[in-house]
Design a protein around this ligand. Structure first.
Ligand SMILES: [Cu+2]
Length: 267
């Protein structure tokens, strides 16, 4: 969830301002579980090795957070699940502790990578955050299987094929919580501003927000090319004890997908 700026400090008495500043975590940022592959599709046998960058970050603003070793990380390729937890190597992403792993596609297939992180305690929101994150990479022309759920506790199942999309396309997905469509849930949408080429005109534009309808379905028209993340945010039914106090858990179902600029032929 976004961490709001509470008030303008200048409008408050100094003591109140100090209290407000300690309550607020600064500018509005949306954090996202991130699994970003080094290529969005695999076409060439010689370049069939994909590197996955795994982090918990603020993708538009480019601020990282330290990520503990995930609880689960793997891929479902051709319907077959492979545990990639042993393949994870520590890395630095946006200057913070993160992870990378490699996966080589050996035959035609659609690979959906999935991440279950260790819950992250966010003091500014006084709760734990757990973003269950997915990204799908198709290989060697195969495109069956992109619509199959992995079976996560909360999961965005794409209704738009989650690869091979032009910038400007509408992306539609369905949110499942414990396998059932979840209505009226906010979905934060954010661009991965990897080379910092973009700047949000105001803090409301760091993340965009849509909601799921009665069937758990949401849509978003993607305005420009690049990797886009969708994070549907629900409260987990469980709490986690911290210092003897039961804390809430925000469960995010996150999906990353790349939108590509068309190529114009040179004449
Ligand atoms: Cu954050």
């Amino acid at each position: 969830m976004r961490t709001p700026r509470f008030f303008l400090a200048s409008a408050l008495a100094p003591a109140l301002a100090v209290a407000a500043l300690t309550l607020s975590a600064g500018p509005a940022l949306a954090h996202f579980g991130m699994v970003i592959p080094s290529q969005d599709t695999v076409a060439d046998k010689a370049k069939a090795k994909v590197e996955l960058a795994v982090s918990f970050s603020h993708p538009m603003e480019g601020n990282g957070m330290d990520m503990a070793k995930p609880k689960a990380f793997g891929v479902v390729d051709n319907g077959q699940k492979t545990d990639l937890l042993p393949a994870l190597k520590p890395a630095k992403i946006m200057d913070h502790a993160a992870w990378t792993a490699e996966y080589t596609f050996k035959k035609p297939g659609v690979g959906t990578f999935f991440l279950v992180p260790e819950p992250y305690f966010e003091p500014a929101e006084d709760k734990f955050i757990e973003h269950l994150t997915k990204v799908t990479v198709p290989a060697f022309g195969e495109e069956e299987g992109w619509d199959a759920p992995v079976g996560l506790a909360a999961e965005i199942v794409p209704l738009t094929r989650p690869f091979g999309n032009y910038a400007g396309n509408v992306f539609t997905g369905k949110l499942l919580v414990d396998g059932k469509p979840a209505a009226d849930v906010p979905v934060e949408v954010e661009f991965y501003n990897k080379d910092k080429a973009y700047e949000a005109p105001n803090e409301y534009m760091v993340a965009q927000v849509v909601k799921t309808d009665v069937n758990g379905v949401f849509s978003y028209a993607v305005p420009f090319a690049g990797w886009w993340g969708f994070a549907a945010l629900v409260d987990a039914p469980e709490t986690i004890q911290k210092d003897g106090v039961a804390k809430k858990v925000e469960r995010g179902a996150v999906l990353w997908t790349k939108f590509v600029e068309p190529k114009r032929k040179k004449k």
